[in-house]
Write a new protein. Structure first.
Length: 443
């Protein structure tokens, strides 16, 4: 057991150790205080002085020397101006204030010149700077609040613009060039339709998978080859209609066969199946075009030696071969079919009696207009005159859009129409986002 004497001895030794350790800490602290003073006196380096001062504080429990207190006050006041933020400045000024208060508590005589100078040259400037920095912090917080409110307003306006812009999108896969009548083809999925240059759908894309467009006419087909249904839109007059069933004109026909391009005179030519005549249709009057007196026409062709002979069945003989007379394409060109079956074999040119081979030369010929026929030669489209000679291409009379609407494809695949810097759709329009935001934030 530990005796009472030993206990006392242990306690005395312990306190002696603490006293010795405390004295060592105080000595080290004083060394750092001296260094801090030296940094100020010799190089006016308050930053270095602060480093020494804080190392001294690590060795001291409390500050009992007014000179150390005023040193800390002076150091933190001097270095507060070098801080990067107002928050760091105010923190150091508060430290300086607290050290001056410690100095004040440790100063017994407050009527000395030294005390008065510390009040005037140090404490009052500390208080003034605290007030200044606090005002700056308050101002900065207010400015930050205003910036956040402004940003919220901008974000809100941008969201309004985004939603409005979204409502002006047109869900299409592609828009083609507008014609002079402000109409353009568009495609959605596998189907074609028509749209005008303010985004109004003229004809919905939900049935027709192919279309022929020329001279302001659009002929929509329900099949790329051998369509059974045709729809016409005339952008020159903004009239539209579905063509009658081909069986209304040719009892045995089930489809329109090869469909040629419409022309500026409103004529359309197709070559139906199970028929020995071309189908010529007047799109403006919506009537089939037929020869009023075929027999008289054949007589005239016979007299002019364009054909060798004809008979009461509407057959003509040319170069020792008999053909079924297939009607009139305009411009003096007549399709000729085989005597048996429905094969298109040739085209007869009335102007000079020339025969165009429908197998070797041109397989199909369209209506006559403006001195030209459209002719298909294999997979190529060419233009010919009245005796089958190739000429320069016909000019599409509907080309030459004079409006200022531009179709813009967006990243999401949809389209928007732009005009004069505005997104438009029908009667609605929306300026660019930047202009929209600026206009609504300046109010």
């Amino acid at each position: 057991m530990i005796t009472s004497k030993k206990k006392v001895l242990f306690i005395l030794c312990f306190f002696a150790f603490l006293t010795t350790y405390s004295q060592l800490d105080e000595a080290i602290a004083n060394t750092y205080i001296k260094r801090a003073n030296k940094a100020i006196e010799e190089t006016v380096d308050f930053t270095l002085a602060a480093e020494y001062f804080e190392k001294a504080l690590e060795r001291l429990d409390t500050i009992t020397d007014k000179n150390i207190a005023i040193l800390g006050c002076r150091i933190y006041f001097e270095i507060h101006q070098k801080q990067e933020t107002l928050e760091k400045e105010i923190a150091l000024l508060k430290k300086a204030e607290s050290y001056f208060k410690q100095y004040d508590l440790l100063t017994k005589k407050k009527s000395t010149e030294e005390y008065r100078l510390h009040i005037e040259d140090l404490y009052v400037p500390i208080l003034e700077n605290i007030e200044r920095v606090e005002e700056e912090i308050k101002y900065e917080k207010e400015q930050q609040r205003k910036r956040e409110l402004y940003k919220k307003k901008i974000d809100s306006l941008e969201s309004v613009w985004d939603n409005k812009s979204k409502s002006l999108e047109i869900e299409l896969d592609s828009i083609f060039t507008f014609n002079k009548n402000n109409i353009a083809l568009y495609k959605r999925g596998n189907f074609y339709g028509l749209i005008n240059d303010i985004g109004e759908i003229i004809s919905a894309a939900n049935e027709y998978v192919d279309v022929l467009a020329f001279d302001g006419f659009f002929i929509f087909k329900n099949s790329e080859n051998n369509p059974s249904k045709l729809f016409c839109y005339n952008s020159n007059t903004n009239n539209s209609f579905s063509l009658p069933n081909i069986s209304d004109f040719f009892n045995l026909s089930t489809h329109f066969g090869k469909v040629m391009m419409p022309r500026g005179n409103g004529r359309l030519v197709t070559y139906p199946d199970n028929s020995t005549k071309a189908f010529v249709f007047e799109l403006n009057s919506q009537k089939q075009v037929t020869i009023e007196d075929e027999r008289e026409l054949l007589k005239d062709l016979d007299k002019a030696d364009v054909i060798d002979k004809f008979n009461k069945d509407g057959e003509v003989k040319k170069d020792k071969e008999w053909y079924k007379f297939g009607g009139h394409l305009g411009g003096g060109i007549h399709p000729l079919y085989a005597e048996e079956g429905y094969s298109l074999l040739a085209f007869l040119c009335a102007v000079d009696g020339k025969m165009i081979d429908a197998i070797k030369d041109y397989q199909f010929i369209g209506p006559f207009y403006d001195g030209r026929f459209e002719a298909l030669k294999g997979s190529s489209r060419v233009w010919i005159n009245q005796n089958g000679t190739e000429v320069s291409d016909a000019i599409d009379e509907s080309k030459g859009y004079t409006g200022n609407t531009t179709a813009v494809k967006l990243d999401n695949g949809a389209y928007q129409l732009m005009r004069n810097g505005f997104i438009i759709l029908g009667e609605e329009q929306l300026e660019k986002k930047e202009e929209f935001v600026n206009k609504n934030t300046s109010n």
